[in-house]
Design a protein around this ligand. Structure first.
Ligand SMILES: Cc1ncc(COP(=O)(O)O)c(C=O)c1O
Length: 1001
């Protein structure tokens, strides 16, 4: 029997009678009732408004019968929060926390507790969406501006964005930017230093192959630049720890018109010359070690900095300063805010969800420590590394890069010294010993070293390292015998001198924000102040269509901070990560059942990356059949902007398919385009239910048309929240689908990330799923174990993407169970239809599907109003305490509302009441009862200081402005700034904090 909300809450007697088990002795507090908003009584009332007798009757009417799943999902039954967390604890206990000295761009670090509790574990910081409604997002926008300032300062470059997904994909984005900038006939090769981290090389190589760009991986010491090279990527310090003087290389690259990308460690830049000062054009890297837990690979924020001149070619989101309606500084996303939607296949990248929460944490870490604190942390790590180097040398090891100097053809100044400078990483040549023997000893000490080759290992220290750790390390290198060395004596040796050509001499983080909040009290208040400027799910519903802003339950979030999940290095041996392997296996199995696919790859770390990965899989499949020439991708005009942007990244040519007046794919046009391109047809990208919010009855026919002409169907799973338990992408005919775990499966949006975009694939595509150069990734494939793997390469830096947040989706599915998940889909459909119905006489729903109903979201049409725009309504909603629905997408002049199953009837009613009240205000404007310009909508949002001002020169009352609805007397959210002038900001771009000179001494 399917457990519905009705019988879960009221039918306990019946259950007692019909079951002979002890089920009724289970704790009565089921999670499903916590996750879904309306209770049984509300559901009945809402159904009555909709004229349906039962929830199942409504769903039968909304979802076409021919696509329905005829059986319940085959998943475990739901469990209590308490029970699920206990179960997950047992799984987590199978992970072993070793001290990892593996390095490779990942470092254990100390998350200051004030940041852990007040950002990472705080729904006031993690439940927001990307700050499109800037007036109610000033808190995280300010922290992102801090992040950008920090990156600019540390890298010595002029402009930085508000985070990218990881270091490796940031490097790939940089390669693409260099290509856009320097592209010309005969110039198509990107040079990659062989001393970059292997995962970076692999991700860049995968990206280049898709775009038909040449890659040369070689020694930066001997590479000869010529006019065929458009860019170069070098690592600083390199993957083995050496800090090179790249000035000559940069000059040589520039001399032939190539741009230089430096993958740099941010902490090391407190001591070493920043890339911008030795001529680099782009710097990329990870901000992970700035207080963000390892998390077995993520989520972490990558950074991307470049020259001002290249800002319009930069990937990702950029926060900039503008002014509000009262002329005061106000922040908002600058330039191409939603640029994929505007530029589609011409977009600079497909990045949509990035890593905002983690960028905020990294910026907060820099603020808390300040420039001196960061320098001290870096110096301490460097000193510990120097002591270790001295100790290892006393033990007879060849430490550092000395033996590799002979290969230098450039005569780098650093080569004179006999050993290259290092920061935190040593390359240790073992002489007669073998790496494998050393690793065995290390293992017994709970230590991971990096195995470089059978006779060389790497050791990377981080801020958690102690003198005791050094002693243990030296004992490991001393064949497990305690060392007869005085660390005190080694510590007294002078530190190796950083050559003047490599030393940092310029100040950084001089802005007041990095010098004010060093006590916990000050920091706490700063974080709270920023939090209070953001409207998050802790205030009210965020009905953003296509974004699925559902509950991010506390029980789902709790495990993310458990050390067994958060302190594992992504390249730790699999034997230490058994708990994670169990979690991945179960999650893959559950997602495969939910989608109907044969296998899941958990690597892509955003929906956009899932799209790119899925399309690469499709390309590889065609190539494997000798049909590599198939390179046309059909995309309906209603598609999300990431779709065409991803198709281009996968090397495909985009052909648009029309939609009919009902908002459905125009099947005749689809057939005509498929036929016209039949020899080159690679795929269709289709979102289901469509971005127009309806279940298209002919989705199976649409998939059949594509298959008939030799193409594959890529389903964008952003709207999976309307499918779970009712229908499955694979059964509809899709071959690949990405799942935005940060929508349907409860990972919070973090204010613009993190997210996860795993892909599911049909059996014939399993062998092509992403691989990884460092860790072997296993992929669940049901009864069909893979035989001949032909992976597309890596699409993210870490083998399982942002692994630690997969625990969130695991808890959600485990706690909801098959019946709970299906129930929640039905309520999502109920809630959307209830809003559409309540608002139909004010704001008609643009498209309706099967049964005259919508799916899980509805598009409200505001295009008939003469005097106000959809944007005015969005800003006025802020005065009522609400975040606007998705604005003018996918149809200009409309609002797309997605309430999700987690909102109660009371909250839906409040939202509808606000919209109806705004309709009343619009009517007053349209009929001349309110002024056409000086009215509550055009002046919205109203700030507290505007209301308190002595200059109130509006023909409506202060009360109408700020307290237009009764609930506002109980709780009022005040927008921090008035309406923001976007045009001004784009004309006068400022994307870092002002300098110290702007502040009184
Ligand atoms: C329909 C659709 N496709 C793709 C995406 C991109 O997903 P992500 O932001 O995770 O990259 C979104 C994000 O909003 C979306 O709504």
């Amino acid at each position: 029997m399917l457990a519905t909300k009705n019988n879960l809450t009221t039918d306990t007697t019946a259950r007692r009678v019909t079951t002979d088990s002890l089920d009724w002795l289970k704790h009565p507090d089921g999670f499903v009732n916590r996750h879904t908003g309306p209770d049984a009584g509300d559901i009945d009332k809402m159904l009555a408004v909709l004229g349906h007798a039962s929830l199942d009757g409504l769903v039968d009417a909304a979802v076409p019968a021919n696509i329905r799943l005829a059986r319940p999902l085959n998943l475990p039954a739901g469990r209590s929060e308490f029970g699920v967390l206990n179960e997950l604890r047992a799984i987590a206990a199978q992970n072993q926390i070793f001290h990892s000295y593996i390095g490779l761009g990942y470092h254990d670090c100390i998350t200051p507790p004030v940041i852990q509790r007040n950002i990472l574990e705080n729904p006031g910081w993690y439940t927001q969406y990307t700050p499109y409604q800037a007036e109610i997002s000033q808190g995280r926008l300010e922290m992102l501006l801090n992040f950008q300032t920090m990156v600019c300062d540390l890298t010595g470059l002029e402009i930085a964005n508000a985070s990218l997904l990881d270091e490796a994909t940031a490097a790939a984005e940089a390669m693409m930017m260099c290509h856009r900038l320097q592209h010309e006939e005969g110039r198509g090769i990107f040079f990659v230093s062989q001393d970059c981290h292997p995962q970076i090389i692999e991700v860049v190589r995968t990206r280049a192959q898709a775009l038909g760009l040449g890659i040369v991986v070689g020694s930066h010491r001997s590479f000869n630049f010529d006019g065929r090279i458009f860019g170069a990527l070098i690592q600083y310090p390199d993957t083995y720890g050496a800090v090179h003087d790249y000035q000559t290389l940069v000059k040589e690259a520039h001399a032939v018109g190539a741009l230089v990308v430096v993958a740099a460690d941010l902490l090391s830049l407190t001591m070493f010359k920043p890339p911008g000062e030795f001529g680099a054009d782009v710097a990329v890297g990870s901000a992970q070690r700035f207080g963000v837990p390892l998390g077995y690979g993520g989520p972490h924020a990558a950074y991307f900095a470049t020259r001002e001149a290249f800002k319009r070619q930069m990937p990702g989101r950029l926060v900039g300063v503008s002014k509000d309606s009262r002329g005061r500084p106000a922040l908002r996303l600058a330039l191409g805010t939603r640029e994929q939607h505007i530029r589609r296949e011409k977009a600079t990248s497909n990045i949509c969800t990035a890593q905002v929460l983690l960028a905020n944490m990294a910026a907060a870490y820099a603020i808390y420590h300040g420039p001196e604190g960061l320098k001290n942390i870096a110096r301490r790590i460097h000193r510990l590394t120097a002591i270790l180097a001295a100790g290892l040398e006393r033990l007879g090891y060849n430490v550092g890069q000395a033996s590799r100097l002979s290969s230098s053809a450039r005569g780098d100044t650093d080569a004179q010294e006999g050993r290259l400078p290092y920061f935190d990483t040593l390359r240790v040549e073992l002489g007669l010993k073998r790496s494998s023997d050393l690793v065995k000893i290390a293992d017994a000490h709970g230590v991971n070293l990096r195995v470089i080759d059978p006779k060389t290992v790497g050791v990377t220290l981080d801020e958690t390292a102690t003198v005791e750790d050094l002693r243990a390390l030296l004992q490991i290198f001393n064949s497990d015998r305690p060392v007869d060395l005085s660390l005190e004596e080694l510590a007294d040796q002078p530190l190796p001198v950083i050559p003047a050509s490599l030393a940092r001499t310029t100040p950084f983080l001089t802005h007041a924000v990095f010098n004010r909040y060093h006590s916990e009290t000050e920091m706490l208040r700063y974080l709270k102040r920023l939090e209070s400027r953001d409207l998050s799910l802790t205030t009210s519903m965020i009905p953003l269509g296509s974004c699925t802003m559902k509950l991010n339950a506390t029980c789902e979030m709790v495990p993310v901070s458990w050390p067994e999940f958060s302190r594992l290095h992504p390249f730790a041996p699999l034997s230490q990560t058994q708990g994670y392997q169990i979690l991945f296996g179960q999650l893959e199995e559950w997602l495969a059942e939910i989608t109907g696919f044969s296998a899941i790859s958990l690597q892509p770390n955003a929906g956009s990356q899932g799209e790119y990965a899925g399309l690469l899989v499709i390309r590889k499949y065609h190539q494997s059949r000798g049909e590599g020439h198939r390179d046309v991708c059909l995309i309906p005009t209603s598609a999300h902007g990431t779709n065409p942007a991803s198709a281009v990244m996968a090397g495909l040519e985009v052909v648009a398919v029309a939609c009919d007046k009902e908002g459905n794919i125009d099947v005749a046009d689809l057939r005509a385009k498929a036929q016209a391109h039949k020899d080159r047809l690679a795929s269709l990208m289709v979102t289901y239910p469509s971005t127009h919010g309806v279940f298209e009855g002919n989705i199976k026919e649409i998939c059949d048309v594509i298959h008939e002409f030799g193409g594959q169907v890529y389903m964008d799973g952003a709207n999976l929240n309307a499918q779970v338990g009712l229908c499955r992408p694979a059964d509809l005919g899709a071959d690949v689908c990405h799942l935005n775990l940060h929508k349907t499966f409860c990972i919070p949006h973090g204010g613009g990330g993190p997210g996860m975009g795993p892909i599911g694939v049909a059996e014939h595509l399993v062998n092509f799923l992403p691989g990884h150069p460092v860790v072997e990734v296993h992929t669940f494939s049901g009864d069909n174990p893979k035989v001949e793997l032909q992976p597309i390469g890596a699409v993210a830096a870490a083998p399982w993407g942002s692994a630690s947040i997969l625990a969130i989706s695991w808890v959600y599915i485990a706690a909801m169970g098959a019946a709970g998940l299906t129930e929640s889909t039905k309520i999502a459909i109920l809630n959307a239809n209830y809003i559409a119905k309540r608002l139909e006489n004010y704001f008609p729903t643009l498209y309706r599907g099967h049964g005259g109903l919508v799916a899980h979201e509805c598009i409200l049409d505001l295009r008939d109003f003469q005097s106000v725009t959809a944007e005015d309504v969005a800003k006025r909603l802020m005065d009522y305490g609400f975040h606007a629905p998705t604005l003018s997408w996918p149809v200009a002049g409309t609002m797309m509302v997605e309430p999700t199953e987690s909102e109660s009837k009371a909250e839906l009613d409040r939202f509808c009441d606000a919209m109806i009240a705004i309709y009343g205000e619009i009517s007053a404007i349209e009929t001349g009862r309110l002024d056409k310009q000086n009215n509550p909508l055009k002046n919205a949002p109203h700030t507290a200081d505007a209301i308190a001002s002595d200059n109130w020169n509006h023909p409506y009352s202060r009360e109408q402005a700020a307290f237009p609805a009764p609930w506002l007397k109980e709780h009022k959210f005040w927008p921090a700034v008035g309406r923001i002038d976007n045009v001004y900001g784009d004309r006068n771009p400022v994307c870092t904090c002002a300098g110290m000179e702007g502040y009184p001494a």
